[in-house]
Design a binder for this molecule. Structure first.
Ligand code: GLP
Length: 257
């Protein structure tokens, strides 16, 4: 697929600040939950998502947004961490969202990196009827979930080795002196592309090169996010800093309009 076609098919929503971008993403998720309270959501972690979850947690009591019937599947998790390890994505999700809303714990899923974990996760997603809306961040190297450069478009949920830039970018999540896991379990590219709708949030200058490659470069394993060009319903939400290397910079939206 040509880069031009990809741009036509992937609306890019640009905001001056990361806060406005996060608020739009939270609004998209909330609208999805309101239109179908039993939605199946794919969730992401990382610093970029903290503002999104803060806003959703605010909407729960303030706007009557209920998560009681929502089913969630997180993209990825480190391998080898003890249950409840504060550096893990399960603890991240509790801290940033699940502890603050009326979610039903039985409907919240994170992948587990044991031998049967990948097949079990794929089966659970299928049993839930597939993912209605998948939230994605993007790594500085273009990774989505933990699908590092080299990941194939046909990949499904599996255990992967983390790339050196990812280890460096996420090292701060682990206390000094604690060894960071070298492996993680992640939904695959094809698993992600199976979602009916995808919303990718990219904020900050560190994401500018990866985002430009994903949207305007050739699609392929060198930039895993570029496989999103193959999906018919992707919304990219970004701030000015992350949009800096796009050739076609969209009009800045005013969230207060
Ligand atoms: C992490 C996660 C991704 C996330 C990305 C960006 O390692 N596995 O799902 O989108 O890297 O993270 P951040 O928002 O902290 O930049």
């Amino acid at each position: 697929m040509s880069a031009l076609r990809a741009q036509v098919e992937q609306p890019v929503r640009l905001f001056a600040t990361s806060r406005e971008a996060e608020q739009l993403v939270a609004g998209i998720l909330a609208a999805r939950i309101r239109s179908n309270p039993a939605s199946v959501l794919g969730l992401a972690t990382g610093a970029s998502m903290i503002g999104v979850y803060r806003e959703l947690a605010r909407m729960h009591p303030a706007g009557g947004l209920s998560f009681a019937r929502v089913t969630t599947f997180n993209l990825d998790e480190y391998c080898g961490l003890a249950a409840g390890d504060p550096s893990g994505f399960a603890a991240y999700m509790d801290r940033n969202l699940f502890d603050h809303v009326d979610a039903d714990r039985r409907r919240l899923h994170l992948p587990e990196g044991d031998d049967a974990g990948p097949a079990r996760y794929e089966a659970a997603i299928a049993a839930a009827g597939g993912i209605d809306l998948q939230l994605l961040g993007i790594g500085r190297n273009g990774h989505i979930g933990f699908n590092e450069p080299g990941s194939q478009g046909t990949s499904r949920t599996r255990v992967v080795e983390l790339a050196p830039p990812t280890l460096a970018a996420n090292a701060n999540d682990f206390p000094t002196g604690v060894a960071m896991p070298r492996k993680a379990i992640t939904m695959g590219i094809e698993t992600i592309l199976s979602a009916r709708r995808i919303v990718l949030l990219a904020t900050g200058a560190a994401k500018a090169k990866a985002l430009a490659g994903a949207l305007e470069g050739e699609a392929g394993p060198h930039n895993p996010a570029s496989f999103l060009q193959q999906h018919p319903d992707v919304t990219v939400v970004c701030d000015l800093a992350a949009a800096a290397e796009l050739r076609n910079i969209p009009k800045i939206e005013n969230s207060h309009a």
